[in-house]
Design a protein around this ligand. Structure first.
Ligand code: FE
Length: 284
């Protein structure tokens, strides 16, 4: 029997200041992350005020995680210790596996109207992959397939599969799915998910009922599902756009300090020690 997942908990993202002074909304972080394993953090950096995002995220290290940046509006200029340089433009995704270590900077630039928008998700790596070679996947807007469902829903498939259309990001350790879903008013979106995987939705705009008979949730709400085989979202009173993300829990101890997430406090100490001494980067 197919079990439709019900909502376990839901909350609003909260204002936070990160990097060199970027005002953003954090959907979840350190505090909530044990419940969202393998995901660690989701930041919503939409803003119409350049003074709130231009300070950016100057050079900083990452180890032990993957960061997934999805830009809706404006550009994020980036550069890293592997020699990559470029812009993540509106509609593009950058899937970065920090692995053993990367030092990079991420500088939001905004569009001609001064608007900036997008999301950064952190996915944890299991101990077996924390020290893997770092890698980058730059996915341009045009490479992300959009599936039109019979119900009228439209789904951009960054990672995972919808109606036999596979997204361009593959072979990720925690078997994640990352979808950008638009459901018109009056329509429903149903989607199978794997039993035992962590599943959450984050409302970009509009509102919808994320389980049967529940209250509608609107912009900047994180909806965390209980277990089951599928989700069903009804846009009863308004259209809705949301991210739908799932992944396989890792189930290991988490030692987290700033941009570095390992399994033990000793591994964190070593990482910062190496960063100070200049031996942090193993792979160029
Ligand atoms: Fe970063």
């Amino acid at each position: 029997m197919t079990v439709i997942r019900t909502i376990r908990e839901a909350w609003r993202s909260r204002p936070t200041i990160e990097g060199a002074g970027v005002h953003l909304n954090r959907a979840f972080g350190n505090q909530e992350s044990p419940r969202l394993d393998p995901f660690l953090l989701l930041d919503d950096f939409r803003s119409d005020d350049p003074s709130k995002y231009l300070p950016g995220f100057p050079w900083h290290p990452h180890r032990g995680i993957e960061t997934i940046t999805y830009v809706l509006q404006g550009d994020v200029e980036h550069g890293d210790s592997m020699g990559n340089r470029g812009d993540i433009a509106a509609g593009d995704v950058q899937w970065m596996t920090a692995g053993s270590g990367i030092v990079h900077q991420e500088m939001p630039k905004g569009d001609a109207q001064g608007s900036m928008g997008g999301f950064q998700l952190w996915a944890n790596l299991p101990s077996s992959h924390k020290m893997m070679d770092p890698r980058y996947r730059e996915v341009k807007r045009g490479e992300i397939p959009e599936v039109s469902m019979e119900s009228g829903a439209k789904v951009k498939v960054v990672c995972g599969r919808v109606n036999n259309v596979q997204g361009p990001v593959r072979d990720i350790v925690t078997d994640p799915e990352y979808l950008d879903v638009v459901v018109p008013k009056g329509a429903r979106f149903a989607h199978p998910v794997k039993r035992g995987h962590t599943v959450f939705a984050y409302v970009i705009e509009g509102s919808a009922c994320f389980d049967q008979g529940g209250d509608p949730y609107s912009r900047e709400t994180l909806v965390h599902y209980g277990d089951g085989d599928a989700v069903s979202i009804a846009a009863e009173k308004a259209p809705v756009r949301f991210l739908l993300v799932s992944g396989k829990p890792i189930g290991e101890p988490v030692a987290w300090y700033g941009p570095i997430v390992m399994n033990t406090a000793e591994e964190i100490r070593i990482a910062f020690d190496e960063y100070r001494k200049g031996s942090f980067i193993r792979h160029r």
